[in-house]
Design a protein around this ligand. Structure first.
Ligand code: NAP
Length: 248
């Protein structure tokens, strides 16, 4: 693998496990210095240690993305340790699924708070650093569901659609400072999040995937690595579907 991210710092939220961990590993393997950030402090440290054992440069920082104080500490500690912040991946996200008619206000607020407000807080704090640097890459992990809706996921779909609006707005506001902002819309990816689905829901998803297999966290990580690379310098404000053809 080429060391195309040598000297770059990448911060990935919600990266103790799942898609975020695969993204962190992919960027680390290409030479980036990595910040593993998660609400799960112990697991974040275990993941960072696993990466250091492989010879990667990795640091764990506990942060709840819904807390402005945590986010400010996260960005300050990242820059204190690695001097720059070149790549931000807003990946932290949760689901709390039920039909809209039964959805509690609490479940609506929690999902919007983490998936959308969290991305806003981290983007705002990271953008202040990147604007001074006059360079940066921000990649938001949205979802196919944010583009097509999904019964039982009103809160999640709204949060992921909102993330697309945030992506395009940030892309317009930050373009003049050499910062690109893009979103990835994964389809059905095998992780802890999707392991909670019933057999029926799992099969229903598979039947709608032309490529006839669920995606892997590595399928997402490869596209993140492309968007974070120099090859993607002229791409901003875009939503890239990585969904096996689910939405076309
Ligand atoms: P995952 O395995 O549950 O990983 C998400 C990580 O984010 C978890 O470690 C989670 O910790 C952490 N997190 C939750 N709340 C947080 C907070 N307030 N602050 C910081 N970290 C927090 O999920 P995944 O499947 O890898 O999903 C990663 C991203 O991809 C999410 O944004 C998800 O919406 C998106 N996505 C996933 C799929 C899919 O099929 N898997 C499809 C489309 C989009 P806890 O365990 O404590 O919650």
């Amino acid at each position: 693998m080429t060391m195309k991210f040598e000297g770059k710092t990448a911060l990935i939220t919600g990266s103790a496990r799942g898609i975020g961990k695969a993204i962190a590993e992919r960027l680390a393997a290409s030479g980036a210095k990595i910040v593993i950030s998660d609400i799960l402090a112990e697991l974040a440290e275990t993941t960072a240690q696993e990466f250091r054992d492989k010879g990667y440069n990795a640091l764990a920082i506990k942060a709840d993305v819904t807390s402005a104080a945590d986010v400010s500490g996260l960005i300050n500690n990242t820059v204190a340790k690695y001097q720059t912040l070149d790549i931000l991946i807003n990946n932290a996200g949760i689901t709390k699924d039920t039909l809209m008619i039964r959805m509690s206000e609490e479940d609506w607020d929690r999902v919007l708070d983490i998936n959308l407000k969290g991305a806003f807080l981290v983007t705002q704090a990271a953008a202040r650093v990147m604007m001074k640097q006059r360079s940066g890459r921000i990649i938001n992990i949205s979802s196919v569901v944010g583009r097509m809706g999904n019964a039982g996921q009103a809160n999640y779909a709204a949060s992921k659609a909102g993330l697309i609006g945030l992506t395009k707005t940030a892309a317009k506001e930050l373009a003049g400072r050499g910062i690109t902002v893009n979103a990835i819309a994964p389809g059905f990816i095998t992780t802890e999040m999707t392991s909670k689905l019933s057999h029926e829901a799992h099969d229903a998803f598979l039947n709608n995937i032309p490529l006839k297999r669920p995606g892997t966290p590595e399928d997402i990580a490869g596209v993140v690595a492309f968007l974070a690379s120099d090859d993607a310098a002229y791409i901003t404000g875009q939503v890239i579907g990585v969904d096996g053809g689910m939405l076309m």
